[in-house]
Design a protein around this ligand. Structure first.
Ligand SMILES: NC(=O)c1ccc[n+]([C@@H]2O[C@H](COP(=O)([O-])OP(=O)(O)OC[C@H]3O[C@@H](n4cnc5c(N)ncnc54)[C@H](O)[C@@H]3O)[C@@H](O)[C@H]2O)c1
Length: 261
């Protein structure tokens, strides 16, 4: 069934799912959406991180999330079971923020195939698994929805010693644009945010040398915070973005204008 394209959704309408919510950007997105009165379903492979996020959501909302799920986003069967669980509990899924991701820094000549496979599996195939499952449910329910993928400046500009990451994030941007086109008739918008250098555990994997190199090259003069990205996600799932689909919203302090990543 087709939903009315362009229909606004609101936080009172249903559940917002956030993957990779146990840390960094995903946690900031979950907290921002909780402040905006969304009911949340939070997903991560890291149980301790997820519990910490749950505590913070309780502080913000007074009630906690509607569900915490320790699931690997590369496991289609388990992710689909999460979607089924939410629906069985009587909730409608209105938002997915597909954020879970991994990064490791290895020169391409030494890059093991296992690392390539894992990076592409989590960052690209994981997003395919999550977006497909949620889009199927939105279409089945006949409800409009918002999907946001967390891509990267690396979706459009290559970095150093991150071939697998660059390829996965480039693919993720095209997945996002392709989904936007195919899901528009159902009233589902699909957009990407493209963070630059944001202080999180993942960015902590960068060498001191790289940090000393990149931060002074950011036109706004400093690294970003997870909450900077959460603000962009909030815009894309909110009513002001009703007519926005298939776009990449870069959140990088101007880094792409000047820096060789
Ligand atoms: N930090 C940056 O500078 C930056 C820049 C551009 C894009 N990003 C993207 O932002 C997203 C969030 O990264 P972050 O910086 O907050 O890093 P982070 O390491 O703090 O958070 C990533 C979260 O994803 C979870 N995760 C990893 N693999 C998973 C899996 N298979 N299934 C479920 N959960 C999984 C981790 O447990 C972690 O909680 C990633 O997609 C990353 O590529 C980050």
């Amino acid at each position: 069934m087709s939903a009315d394209p362009g229909t606004s959704i609101s936080s009172s309408a249903g559940i917002a799912m956030v993957t990779g919510a146990g840390s960094g950007i995903g946690r900031a997105v979950a907290l921002r959406l909780a402040k905006e009165k969304w009911d949340l379903a939070i997903i991560d492979i890291n149980e301790d991180g997820l519990q910490e996020t749950e505590k913070l959501i309780e502080e913000v909302s007074g009630t906690g999330s509607s569900g915490t799920y320790v699931v690997d986003v590369t496991d289609a069967r388990r992710f689909e079971a999460v979607v089924a669980d939410i629906v069985t509990n009587g909730s409608e899924i209105r938002v997915l923020v597909s954020n879970a991701g991994v990064l490791s820094v290895t020169p391409v000549l030494e890059l093991p195939i296992e690392q390539w496979r894992r990076t592409v599996d989590v960052n690209l195939t994981g997003s395919f698994i999550c977006t497909r499952a949620v889009a199927r449910e939105m279409v089945r329910a006949g409800t409009p929805g918002r999907i946001v993928t967390v891509a990267s400046v690396h979706s459009v500009a290559p970095g150093t010693n991150v071939t697998d990451y660059d390829a996965s994030k480039g693919g993720l941007l095209m997945l996002t644009r392709s989904l936007a086109r195919e899901l528009a008739p159902y009233g589902i918008t699909v957009n990407a945010v493209g963070p630059g250098f944001i202080v999180t555990n993942l960015a902590g994997g960068a060498s001191e040398e790289y940090v000393d190199y990149i931060v002074p090259r950011i036109p706004l003069g400093h690294a970003g915070k997870p909450s900077d990205v959460a603000g962009a996600v909030s815009f894309l799932v909110g009513p002001d973005a009703d007519y926005v689909t298939g776009t990449l919203l870069i959140v990088d302090g101007g880094m792409l204008l000047t820096a060789d990543l």
